[in-house]
Design a protein around this ligand. Structure first.
Ligand SMILES: Cc1ncc(C[n+]2csc(CCOP(=O)(O)OP(=O)(O)O)c2C)c(N)n1
Ligand SMILES: [Mg+2]
Length: 299
């Protein structure tokens, strides 16, 4: 790593030519996060699409130190890096990241994350959330939203698709009383980058939840990835907020839509929700749930 990070300012840290799908939201998320964090960064990456698409031997898209982690333990590997650098007195000025998909965060990585947060380690955990296990074939997980069709909860005559609500992961993380918790989407670049920079400044665990649409799993046009991540916010399906410290009363809304659009505007753009357009009662339920969620944030 360079001694003087400013010498590398503006350098692309996530190379093109990787094998991400056209319009992949998580590739975009990673590029933005690294651009904001700069070259003095180390990434421990849980397996998933990101790893598979960026590290096919003998090539790599990573222009910074990067290490493979198993599906469940990105937070534990990053914890080890934090401890080792501290022990070697080389911790100063280095951003230690754990990157994982929603499966590697909300589900199987949950225990390792909770331990890392509880130990108050100086790790920035970034989850790029595409709302299913995409790498292994679009299986549902606990971040899959109500009503979405996946290969393990397909919609059909007897099923509306996913029947459970999305796990409130960022809220659960915030309840650990860590330095910084924030939610963001790739559609609002400046907001995401500001949040990454804030996390890099703080001395302690930070968590960034980044919504990252997946054209393959969500079945939307690959040109619409950015637009969709904004529509998620404009409809209230995804709320952008941040919290410094442990008092939930200090949560700040990052973006309040001027006029909230109906959720159907968002749902109708994606094949995974299209079956719902013929099910007004389910649409009504989703709108009601979103209204309640937004009311908690005062809009
Ligand atoms: C213990 C274990 N179980 C299952 C797998 C298979 N596996 C690899 S990646 C993956 C899904 C990843 O989903 P997510 O974390 O959401 O990342 P995405 O691919 O969607 O970016 C699964 C099930 C594994 N590698 N290890
Ligand atoms: Mg995923």
């Amino acid at each position: 790593m360079p001694e003087d990070a400013s010498a590398d300012e503006g350098k692309e840290l996530f190379a093109s030519g990787h094998r991400g799908c056209a319009g992949c939201g998580e590739m975009n998320a990673v590029r933005q996060v690294l651009a904001a964090a700069g070259p003095n960064s180390i990434v421990a990456n849980a397996t998933g699409c990101l790893e598979v698409a960026t590290t096919a031997w003998p090539e790599t898209a990573w222009e910074i130190p990067w290490i493979h982690a198993a599906f469940e333990n990105a937070a534990a590997v990053a914890s080890g890096i934090d401890a080792a650098l501290t022990q070697m007195k080389k911790r100063q000025g280095v951003n230690v990241f754990a990157f994982a998909g929603d499966g590697g965060t909300f589900d199987i990585g949950f225990q390792a994350i909770s331990g890392m947060l509880e130990r108050q380690q100086k790790v920035i955990f970034v989850v790029y959330d595409n709302e299913a296990y995409m790498n292994t074939g679009i299986q549902r997980c606990s971040s899959t939203p109500y009503g979405a069709s996946t290969t393990t909860c397909p919609s059909g005559t007897c099923s509306i698709g996913e029947t459970k609500a999305k796990k409130p992961m960022a809220m659960i993380v915030a309840a650990h009383g860590i330095k910084y918790t924030a939610t963001a989407t790739i559609g609002y670049h400046a907001d995401l980058k500001r949040k990454v920079k804030r996390a890099c400044e703080l001395e302690g665990p930070c968590f960034l939840h980044v919504l990252a649409p997946c054209p393959t799993g969500w079945r939307h046009d690959s040109a619409d990835t950015i637009e969709l991540s904004r529509l998620a916010v404009e409809t209230g399906m995804f709320i952008m907020w941040e919290l410094e410290g442990k008092n939930l009363k200090d949560i700040k809304l990052s973006r309040k839509p001027k006029e909230r659009k109906p959720v159907v505007e968002y749902l109708k753009t994606q094949g995974r929700f299209r079956h719902l357009l013929k099910q007004p009662a389910v649409l009504e339920q989703i709108q009601k749930d979103v209204d309640e969620q937004c009311a908690q944030f005062g809009f």
